[in-house]
Design a protein around this ligand. Structure first.
Ligand code: NI
Length: 191
């Protein structure tokens, strides 16, 4: 187990399509250790999720967990979820604005549009299939992590670049309003 270095914006590994894992590979110590390191690195950095390429392993794996997260105090909790080879399908066309940040993009946040509802298909770390419908703010977190696996960063999706800000400026100018908006979304979508 180890806390791994996080790749920062500008590292080519963040811009590459990640490689799918074969079902035989999932049980290998290499993959299992990578997953354990991802969880540990995410916890250490207080991330809501991390993708394998963010720790320089260009594999199609991401982990997500929100447990009273100090970086995102308004985010609903999400139990620890490990997604191998995730595929995402939007349900409907409704979208919401999500003020995102990223461990690979230090001290920057920006407003991104995300689908309110998605269907996700993946394998867990035991190779068992996961098929779930994910809604609301939590759906935004899943879309952010799966974007990483396709070489995309949240900054690519920021339409209004005037929304870009530091974490201090977010706290000063946006946090109160965002908390209200998040509450409305959580009430509507239950997550
Ligand atoms: Ni990120």
């Amino acid at each position: 187990m180890a806390i791994r270095e996080i790749a920062l914006i500008g590292e080519p590994v963040l811009r590459e399509q990640t490689r799918e894992i074969s079902s035989e590979e999932i049980a290998s110590s290499e993959i299992q250790e990578t997953i354990t390191d991802m969880i540990e690195t995410m916890h250490h950095a207080n991330g809501a999720g991390i993708a394998a390429n963010q720790i320089f392993s260009p594999l199609r794996i991401c982990v997500i967990e929100v447990s009273d997260n100090p970086r995102y105090p308004y985010k609903p909790n999400i139990p620890l979820t490990i997604l191998i080879n995730p595929q995402i399908t939007p349900v409907g066309t409704e979208m919401f604005e999500n003020y995102e940040g990223c461990l690979s993009v230090p001290n920057l946040r920006g407003k991104v549009e995300r689908y309110c509802q998605i269907e996700i298909k993946a394998l867990d770390r035991n190779g068992q299939p996961i098929e779930e419908t994910i809604c609301g703010i939590t759906a935004g977190t899943f879309q952010h992590e799966i974007d990483h696996l396709d070489g995309k960063l949240f900054v690519d999706r920021v339409k209004n670049t005037a929304s870009l800000c530091t974490w201090d400026a977010f706290k000063k100018y946006h946090e109160k309003q965002v908390e209200k908006e998040v509450k409305t979304i959580v009430e509507k979508w239950g997550a």
